[in-house]
Structures are given as structure tokens and as C-alpha cells.
Design a protein around this ligand. Structure first.
Ligand code: ATP
Ligand code: MG
Length: 246
């Protein structure tokens, strides 16, 4: 089906915020289906700005964003949003219905699936992230770690082929972090994740992109880049503990 297409392609993408901040500068990169890619870089590098472009929340000012080899346009937007699931850093930006059930059902309902299909997807997805006992609770009454999982479920229920995560493990306790990593490991999707959790990137991704001040400064195998202590240090990163284990 989609395997001979590129999942995500950026062609000469630049973006400046209305106040003049140049957040992305002439980025060109291609991610193929089934790749697992880490998006690394210091605070303010442009990672979240880049992610916002991948389902049209932010429109490209200069350059083009293609999903499955097709540019994002008003005509392709709905279909792009079914194929590219983005989980933002702050789960409070993603949970807005009166129950978790409805948050997770929102996407599938919008896709026009039948009530039975919506229900089975919601049950299945909430069970997969371990929230099936809480489906009638409102998102705002969940703990932070539970909210992170509910936000992920609200995207997974659409079964996107491309999953984009902005800081999936931030503010999670060690057990919740481990559960998140193990869960993501067994997912069969194309994965792009922005993270400061370098051990997570080491464990979960085979390729890494390093952004700094809106520039793509490195693109290569995650383990090779992370073993390059100079590269890591120059861009506000570090060689993760896992990289130094024998
Ligand atoms: N709404 C905005 N208006 C003006 N500038 C912004 C806005 N949002 C972000 N920026 C600026 O754009 C640049 C890139 O920010 P972005 O949030 O994409 O970085 P990031 O790599 O995701 O950082 P972090 O690791 O802290 O999440 C920064 O210089 C930031 O100050
Ligand atoms: Mg960010």
C-alpha cells in the first residue's frame, strides 16, 4: 500500500513567527514509512514548530510539506489528519470532552466510522494504554501521567500510519515512562518523536535529526550521532547513559 511512498517530506521549509522569530530555516528532509526517527535539539530549536507543520496546524510559509508524496493543501487536509497523528507535549491541549471515552471517540467519529466501530476502537485503544477502567472520567480529573496516555489514545484511535509525538515522556514517573516506551516499541507505525529524553531516543529510534536554531545540523543513525560527544555538546545535548553501557 503506502510502503513505496515517503511518509513525510519537507522541501525547503522555513517559518518565522509574526514577531519575526525565525524558527525554521530551509529544512529539507525525507522520512520513509516504517522509520523511527528522533527529533533532537535544545530548547527553542524549532522542534515543536516543525511538528505543527505536519498536519497543517501551521501552514508552510516558504517551502512544502508532503505526506505520502502529496503536498498538504486545503483539499488534502482532512485525509492528512487521519494519516498523521500528532500528540502534543501538553495533554491539556488535547482533552476537552466531558469524558475520556468521548475524547478518544472524537477522531473516529469525525472519520465517519459507524457507532459500533467507534466503540470497539475506543475500548481497544483505552485498554491498550491501560485506561479502560477510567473511560467515564473527565480528562481534567486524571493524573498527569494518565492524561498523557489519554492524549495518546485520542490519536491512536484514528489508527494513523504516521505517529508524531512531542515529548512523550516528559513529567512521567519512572514506571509510567517505562510503560510508555514499551508501549511505543511494539507499535507498528512510522514514528517521529521530539524529545529531551535521550535514553528514550537511543532505545526507540534508529535515526536522529538534530535541529539547532531552526537549522538541521545532523541527520544520521541515532547511535552514531549520540556517540559523537562533540556534536552532542555543541547543540546542547549529551551522550545518554545507555550509550556508555558496555
Ligand atoms: N508563538 C510564538 N511567537 C513567537 N515566537 C515563538 C512562538 N512559539 C515559538 N517561538 C519561538 O520559535 C523558536 C522555536 O520554538 P519551538 O517551540 O519550536 O522550539 P522547541 O525546539 O520545540 O523547544 P523546546 O525544546 O523548548 O520544546 C523559539 O525561538 C521560540 O522562542
Ligand atoms: Mg517544543
Amino acid at each position: 500500500m503506502h510502503c513505496n511512498k515517503n511518509a513525510i517530506e519537507l522541501r525547503g521549509l522555513s517559518y518565522a513567527y509574526p514577531d519575526g522569530t525565525a524558527a525554521l530555516d530551509n529544512l529539507s528532509v525525507t522520512i520513509r514509512h516504517t522509520e523511527r526517527v528522533a527529533l533532537l535539539g535544545p530548547n527553542g530549536a524549532g522542534k515543536s514548530t516543525l511538528i505543527g507543520h505536519l498536519n497543517g496546524i501551521t501552514q508552510a510559509q516558504t517551502g512544502t510539506v508532503l505526506i505520502d508524496d502529496e503536498p498538504i493543501t486545503p483539499a488534502t487536509l482532512k485525509s492528512v489528519r487521519e494519516r498523521v497523528g500528532i500528540v502534543f507535549q501538553d495533554p491539556d491541549d488535547m482533552l476537552f470532552m466531558t469524558t475520556i471515552y468521548d475524547d478518544v471517540a472524537f477522531g473516529p467519529r469525525n472519520m465517519g466510522l459507524t457507532a459500533d466501530t467507534v466503540d470497539s476502537r475506543v475500548q481497544q485503544t483505552l485498554a491498550a494504554v491501560g485506561l479502560d477502567a477510567l473511560l467515564q472520567k473527565p480528562g481534567m480529573h486524571l493524573s498527569f501521567g494518565q492524561k498523557k496516555r489519554a492524549a495518546l489514545a485520542s490519536v491512536l484511535s484514528m489508527q494513523p500510519a504516521i505517529l508524531v509525538l512531542d515529548e512523550p515522556t516528559s513529567n512521567l514517573d519512572p514506571r509510567a515512562r517505562r510503560a510508555m516506551i514499551d508501549f511505543l516499541k511494539q507499535l507498528d507505525v512510522t514514528l517521529l518523536l521530539a524529545t529531551h529524553d535521550l535514553d528514550l531516543a537511543w532505545e526507540l529510534t534508529s535515526r536522529a535529526l538534530v535541529l539547532d536554531a531552526g537549522h538541521l545540523v545532523a541527520d544520521g543513525p541515532t547511535h552514531d550521532l549520540m556517540r559523537d560527544a562533540d556534536l552532542m555538546r555543541t547543540h546542547g545535548l549529551d551522550t545518554p547513559p545507555l550509550a556508555t553501557r558496555p
